[in-house]
Design a protein around this ligand. Structure first.
Ligand SMILES: [Zn+2]
Ligand SMILES: [Zn+2]
Length: 366
């Protein structure tokens, strides 16, 4: 099969021929049709998140099940499916406590070493050398992934439209539902209107937020955010964003501010934009070692609630999201602005790195 292989920091990915992967116990093989181009992959390509090479990135894969491993009884060959980037092991102490998003084995094996949970990869060069996997390694014609990360796509829904549900949409849902517990009538700010930011805007509207204030340095992204449900757009390159947010909320500040990029300035805006007692939810993944500033007296006196949110609980949340998509109440396709053929996979990430991609770019693999 062909796969886009990441060979080193700042080197362009190369399409290589790898051995066809096969599933082991509890896993399936997927013939991939589409994979979203996500900022986390870009962090790895730039060396901002350490990850072994050679490796296959891509963790927003959708496709058709082509092979079933032993012990998988709820999926069939031919099922049209989408994957979640978190592949919960299902029985580590965190999964057992219901915290699938911080599955010990996912981080210990996959994110640290590019392996699945038997300590091995499923990808090999023709000569037998291992190629590591970032999640399932979705930038390839085939991928092997634990069945715990695979969800049937409802009839009538295009696979390319839901490829990023298992990352940006799920991450937005986790932040809204599990971290902040946003309720009808809450006011929210979404700081940075990229992939996850777009999904936060869309889902905040679904959750019934009264005001959804998108903040970005690109007017084009703010316009797009309004089309997805933002009630206001604030260009933080032109105005003092926390001040503008206070003006828009009658001087109070928002109930919840989501930081959706992973940078010091966006964190500062989120921190300074909430009402006393409000929640600052950090969703963006900053390069390792990035430190934001918090005034301890302010946190205590204003009772600020600063929280982290990572992904969501795939087995509980993915069926909910796909059901919303099936009912037309969530339209992830509205956030898809570009498609790239597989041969131009590197260009998709170059455009993402230049800040040109509104919402999501999808790599069409088959
Ligand atoms: Zn992603
Ligand atoms: Zn686990």
């Amino acid at each position: 099969m062909r796969a886009a292989v990441h060979t080193g920091v700042d080197e362009p990915m190369r399409i290589e021929e790898l051995a066809d992967p096969g599933p082991r116990s509890g896993e399936i093989t997927l013939d991939i049709t589409s994979c979203g181009a996500c900022h986390s992959d870009l962090h790895v390509l730039r060396g901002e998140l350490p990850f072994p090479t050679p490796s296959v990135l891509g963790h927003e894969a959708a496709g058709v099940v082509s092979e079933i491993g032993p012990g998988v009884d709820d999926l069939q060959v031919g099922d049209r499916v989408v994957t979640s980037f978190i592949m919960p092991c299902g029985n580590c102490p965190q999964c057992t406590r219901g915290n699938e998003e911080i599955c010990t084995r996912f981080f210990g094996y996959n994110r640290a070493k590019g392996q699945l949970y038997d300590g091995d990869t499923r990808l090999f060069r023709p000569g037998g050398d291992p190629v590591w996997m970032y999640s399932m390694g979705g930038l390839a014609e085939r991928a092997v992934t634990p069945a715990t990360s695979v969800y049937r796509v409802p009839e009538g829904v295009e696979l390319a439209d839901v490829a990023s549900v298992g990352c940006s949409t799920m991450t937005a849902y986790g932040a809204l539902r599990h971290a902040a517990d946003v309720r009808v009538g809450d006011t929210v700010a979404v700081v940075a209107a990229g992939g996850v930011g777009s999904a936060l805007v869309q889902l905040a509207a679904t959750f019934g937020a009264a005001q959804i204030i998108a903040v970005d340095i690109s007017d084009e992204k703010l316009t797009a955010a309004k089309q997805l449900g933002a009630t206001h757009g604030v260009n933080s390159a032109q105005v003092d964003a926390p001040e503008a947010i206070r003006e828009l909320t009658g001087g109070r500040g928002v109930d919840v501010a989501f930081e959706a990029l992973g940078s010091v300035p966006t964190f500062g805006i989120a921190r300074d934009s909430v009402v006393d007692g409000g929640q600052v939810v950090v969703v963006g993944i900053a390069p390792k070692g990035t430190a934001g500033e918090l005034d301890l007296a302010t946190i205590a006196r204003r009772k600020l609630q600063v929280k982290g949110s990572y992904g969501a609980k795939p087995r509980r949340d993915m069926p909910v999201l796909l059901d919303l998509v099936a009912r037309g109440q969530l339209r992830p396709q509205d956030a898809v602005s570009r498609h790239y053929p597989f041969e131009q996979v590197q260009e998709a990430y170059d455009a993402l790195g230049r800040g040109e991609v509104r919402g999501r770019a999808i790599v069409d693999i088959a």
